[in-house]
Design a protein. Structure first.
Length: 249
């Protein structure tokens, strides 16, 4: 088993949902967590919760669309703790709509955050991990990174990109630089993700879905991440496909 006590993590999208739960879970395992997002008020609340339970956290204001803000955040974390051992590329959004509604601003925003944001953050952290000759990168894809669903075409395209990039990254940095790469592909998780859906029909569909089955909790996904991070050093848990039992698709 890999002992992650005392390691350092950067978690993007840490202000809510899966990111916040994972920051809590990592901190509970003794990891010092850089918690990054745009809503610093939420990050301050999370930091207080982590400290209350004996953990350590650093609030990092970060917009993953802005490489300068990522560079500054990475520098802040390395200056504070001296390394980055775990990167959780988790920031993302999912405003669903049909293509013939032409919500092109939402399409491009998903590409910017879900794909370009993940690439920006990887590019900023990877040199540090290469220098250390160790590290573990977690990328949040989705079941939508394995299958395509109507109404989710652009979201699925972004998450398929994350899945493809994760596998290529694993092949390129594992053997050469001793860096592990895990692609996380959750099914339905009860988070604020659905609040950004501006299409009333799809918003209603998600509310109805939540009544039909018990969604995963963010902490369920966080537990799988801690499991993969604690795997023995020679083991790369390359994919985590985690679904609610009642999810029949
Ligand atoms: N919920 C699900 O059913 C589900 C299933 C599969 C995959 N996922 C994926 O899981 C990840 C986390 O989503 P969630 O479900 O936990 O939803 P969430 O609660 O809405 O969290 C999304 C996070 O992303 C951050 N974010 C958005 N835009 C950002 C930007 N430009 N720069 C920095 N951070 C940004 C948000 O922080 P700020 O707004 O404070 O910046 C927030 O912390 C996403 O990649 C999502 O696609 C979710």
């Amino acid at each position: 088993m890999t002992n992650i006590n005392g390691k350092v993590a950067l978690v993007t999208g840490a202000s809510s949902g899966i990111g916040a739960a994972t920051a809590l879970a990592l901190a509970a395992a003794g990891v010092k967590v850089g918690i990054a997002a745009r809503r610093t008020d939420r990050l301050e609340e999370l930091k207080a919760e982590i400290i209350k339970t004996g953990g350590e956290a650093l609030v990092i204001e970060m917009d993953v669309v802005d490489p300068a803000s990522i560079e500054a955040g990475v520098k802040k974390l390395v200056d504070a703790y001296g390394s980055i051992d775990i990167l959780f590329n988790n920031a993302g959004l999912m405003p669903l709509s049909d293509i013939d509604q032409f919500k092109t601003t939402e399409w491009l925003r998903m590409v910017d955050v879900n794909v370009k944001g993940l690439l920006n953050t990887t590019a900023a952290v990877l040199p540090q991990m290469i220098k250390q000759h160790s590290g573990h990168i977690f990328n949040t894809s989705s079941i939508a990174g394995r299958k395509v669903f109507k109404g989710l075409s652009v979201y699925c395209a972004t998450k398929h990109a994350v899945t493809a990039f994760s596998d290529g990254l694993r092949m390129e940095v594992g053997q050469t630089h001793n860096i592990r790469v895990t692609c996380i592909q959750p099914g339905a998780v009860a988070t604020e993700l659905y609040d950004q859906i501006t299409d009333p029909g799809y918003r209603q569909q998600m509310d109805d879905l939540a009544k039909q089955m018990t969604f995963l909790q963010s902490a369920d996904v966080a537990d799988t991440i801690v499991f993969a991070a604690q795997a023995p050093a020679h083991v790369n848990v390359a994919e985590l496909f985690v679904l609610p039992v009642e999810q029949g698709w």
